[in-house]
Design a protein around this ligand. Structure first.
Ligand code: SAM
Length: 466
């Protein structure tokens, strides 16, 4: 059963015959897809290699693949190790938009992108942008709801590229970082019509008043953060709803009230994406009866040229304390390229940053509520590092993994570790600190002290009830 008002609106938009096909598709089986992490895997995982049975690639994302069935992802160690992210196929389209808008003549994305992902939890698009930005780029992933921001930070740790700063702020807090960002991505909270198949319970939460509320909230978010985007920068606006009020009408409102220009995007017809236009701006719709994915809407535009005058608010606090070379010595042996990184203390924890983004993270931390950034290395006690879980999952962890011994464990042992069970037989482990690996892939740390093993897995990474 669909909400009556919703049926009425799709009938009006598509005509009865096509709306019937849409509603039938929405009552069908949802599509399952993943996006793998090229910083940890050189190619798509395969069933033969012990990975997931990946089927066809997602055409609009070079790292995406459809799965024939939906496995219990929670019981797959590879997901916990950040080898892939379970991401709905249609929303992976933002990669195509970014590539089409920003790639240079050689087909490469600029290496130093600064991207603000304003509505970021749980982190599907953040991890995608983190992949595309690479170690010289910076993704600021913001989530206004505190508990959701913690989940986002855990997913960023798991993905392990080390180029994301997670903030928990209101969109308006970014306006003070004037012209800072090359890309502003707003994946707006919406009425969720595109999720009616994947999350049937969302049908009963839908209401016309909810649509109006979401439409006005989306505009508020865009207006509040607009100044943070530099002239010439790209805005990617997206929702997972079909509703024109939240989609085309919001884009048209933007075009009427702000100086924006269209961006040309090439979309092959066989993808089944419906390309449109709202006040001269390109729009893209994923209808589940036409494209292989859930319902999704996106638009891309360029902020019209003007003088880029970057402004940074005066720092209210100095939460990052840069470590000098002797101080950071205990950290250097844990990462592949210590010379490419800077290290800083935040409270008792030490963090690592790729050099090109360090100053920017300091500036952001001076005025925003940054809850995670770079890679958390851990704490130094008596001149020795007690590594954080994030370091085990960091793509640039040194092969010698600092002072830890490497211990390969079975799938069952990995799942027990993720349930925070201690090893039944700690003599499997080396005395002292162990980096546990499964299939050669780091899973986490544990410490053996004589006949005991002490897991170092944070509670938030623990598998519960399975
Ligand atoms: N981009 C995410 C992803 O790909 O995983 C999904 C984002 S979800 C569609 C929208 C997010 O916006 C939610 O996490 C929600 O908490 C957040 N949100 C809700 N109200 C907001 C507001 N007023 N300003 C900014 N974000 C808000």
């Amino acid at each position: 059963m669909f909400p009556q008002e919703f049926e009425r609106s799709v009938n009006a938009e598509l005509g009865e015959a096509e709306a019937g096909r849409l509603l039938a598709a929405l009552d069908g089986r949802p599509v399952t897809s993943i996006r793998y992490n090229p910083f940890k895997l050189s190619a798509m995982p395969t069933a033969e290699g012990g990975g997931l049975p990946c089927g066809n690639p997602v055409p609009w994302n070079r790292y995406g693949a459809y799965l024939a069935a939906r496995p219990v992802f929670t019981l797959d160690p590879a997901m916990h190790a950040g080898l892939y992210y379970v991401q709905e196929a249609s929303s992976q389209f933002v990669e195509h938009l970014l590539r089409e808008s920003l790639t240079d003549r050689d087909g490469e994305l600029p290496g130093n992108i600064r991207l603000l992902d304003l509505c970021a939890a749980p982190g599907g698009k953040t991890t995608l942008y983190s992949t595309l930005a690479g170690p010289e780029g910076l993704v600021v992933a913001n989530e206004v709801v505190k508990q959701r921001a913690s989940v986002l930070a855990d997913n960023v740790r798991r993905w392990g590229v080390g180029n994301v700063a997670v903030t928990c702020n209101e969109p308006r807090d970014f306006a003070a970082y004037k012209h800072w960002f090359d890309v502003l991505a707003v994946d707006a909270p919406c009425s969720g019509e595109g999720m009616f198949r994947r999350l049937p319970e969302s049908r009963s939460e839908w209401s016309p008043a909810g649509v109006e509320m979401c439409a006005s909230r989306g505009r508020g978010i865009l207006a509040d953060a607009w100044d943070a985007l530099k002239p010439g920068g790209i805005l990617i606006y997206s929702t997972c709803t079909f509703n024109r009020r939240e989609n085309e009408e919001t884009v048209a409102w933007l075009a009427e009230n702000y100086a924006v220009e269209p961006v040309a995007v090439d979309v092959p017809e066989e993808w089944g994406v419906v390309c449109g236009d709202a006040a001269g701006i390109r729009t893209f719709r994923f209808w589940p009866h036409l494209a292989r994915g859930e319902g999704f809407f996106a638009a891309v535009m360029r902020k019209a040229d003007g003088r880029v005058k970057r402004e940074t608010p005066r720092a209210r606090k100095e939460p990052l304390v840069e470590m000098n070379r002797p101080e950071s010595k205990p950290l250097a042996e844990w990462v592949n390229t210590p010379e490419a990184m800077k290290f800083a203390r935040v409270g008792d924890n030490c963090y690592g940053y790729y050099r090109p983004v360090y100053r920017d993270v300091v500036a952001l931390a001076g005025g925003l509520n940054v809850i995670y950034s770079g890679v958390c290395m851990g704490r130094i006690f008596n001149g020795k590092l007690r590594p954080d879980h994030a370091l085990a999952l960091f793509h640039d962890l040194a092969p010698g993994c600092g002072t830890a011994s490497k211990t390969e464990i079975t799938r069952d042992e990995t799942l027990d570790y993720l349930r925070k069970k201690e090893f039944a037989d700690p003599s499997r482990l080396a005395e002292g600190l162990n980096l546990l690996t499964h299939g050669g892939v780091p899973v986490g740390w544990t410490k053996r002290v004589g006949h005991r093993s002490n897991t170092m897995l944070p509670n938030s990474f623990r598998i519960v009830n399975l």
